[in-house]
Design a protein around this ligand. Structure first.
Ligand code: 5RP
Length: 237
């Protein structure tokens, strides 16, 4: 099974969990795209009535292509029943690195408003320790170089040698849906994700980081034979 087959299996399995009447958060990225596609099929074939909130402009466009109407997060006043989204790394206790697609801020806003969050991924995303994937941090574009210097100072204090790398789109800085820029932190391994998250979040100019801790309620991991279900604490269900 290729990574894409595993992503598709995880996304389709998650779409089968959606029930009519739900408010659903739609994640961003190539794995979440399989969820959106499968959900579109269920809406067409089964007539599900849903309210959906997208985590990025790209997902909003994909949803429209597949016949899924999208509302804004502020219209989902009662909260979101279920959000399904991908991840760059799935670590112990379902702590995640997200933001490889640059949508981490809207993703975290939607996840935080959700009663259940299911992370879907191919098996290569599951790791024993987070950090091999560079940790994305969204920063206000005004004065972003000085914010990056503050991030570097915090990293040194915490014992990391990494230097933040400004994410590029060709020759220009990558700009997020919210007008921010992203610095990727090539940390190698993150020994205390919770501590690092607090220190990054406290910095002036940092809007959000890609550590998603204690937010995922389940993981659906595509594999060669089947889709494995993981719960926080490491239980295989
Ligand atoms: C976007 C994300 C994505 O969920 C993450 O990058 C995984 O992407 P993919 O499913 O394409 O591997 O966090 O901001």
């Amino acid at each position: 099974m290729s990574a894409d087959d595993e992503k598709r299996a995880a996304g389709t399995t998650a779409a089968a969990l959606v029930q009519t009447g739900m408010t659903v958060g739609l994640g961003t990225g190539s794995t979440a795209a399989w969820f959106v596609i499968a959900l579109g099929e269920r809406i067409r074939n089964e007539g599900l009535t849903l309210r959906c909130v997208a985590t990025s402009r790209a997902t909003e466009a994909l949803a429209a292509e597949h016949g899924i109407a999208v509302i804004g997060l502020d219209e989902a006043v009662d909260g979101i029943d279920l959000t399904v989204d991908g991840a760059d790394e799935v670590g112990p206790d379902l702590a995640l690195i997200k933001g490889g697609g640059g949508a981490l801020l809207r993703e975290k806003l939607v996840w935080t408003a959700s009663r259940q969050c299911i992370v879907i991924a191919d098996s290569a995303k599951v790791v024993d320790q987070l950090g091999a994937f560079g940790l994305p941090v969204e920063v206000v574009s005004f004065g972003h170089v000085s914010t990056a210097a503050r991030i570097t100072a915090v990293l040194r204090e915490l014992g990391y040698a990494a230097t933040p790398r400004l994410r590029m789109a060709g020759t220009d800085a990558f700009i997020t849906d919210n007008g921010g820029v992203i610095y990727d932190l090539p940390l190698g391994s993150i020994h205390d994700p919770g501590g690092l998250a607090l220190r990054l979040k406290a910095l002036v100019g940092v809007v959000e980081h890609g550590l998603f801790i204690a937010l995922a309620t389940r993981a659906l991991i595509g594999g060669p034979q089947e889709v494995a279900v993981l719960a926080p604490g490491g239980a295989h269900l």
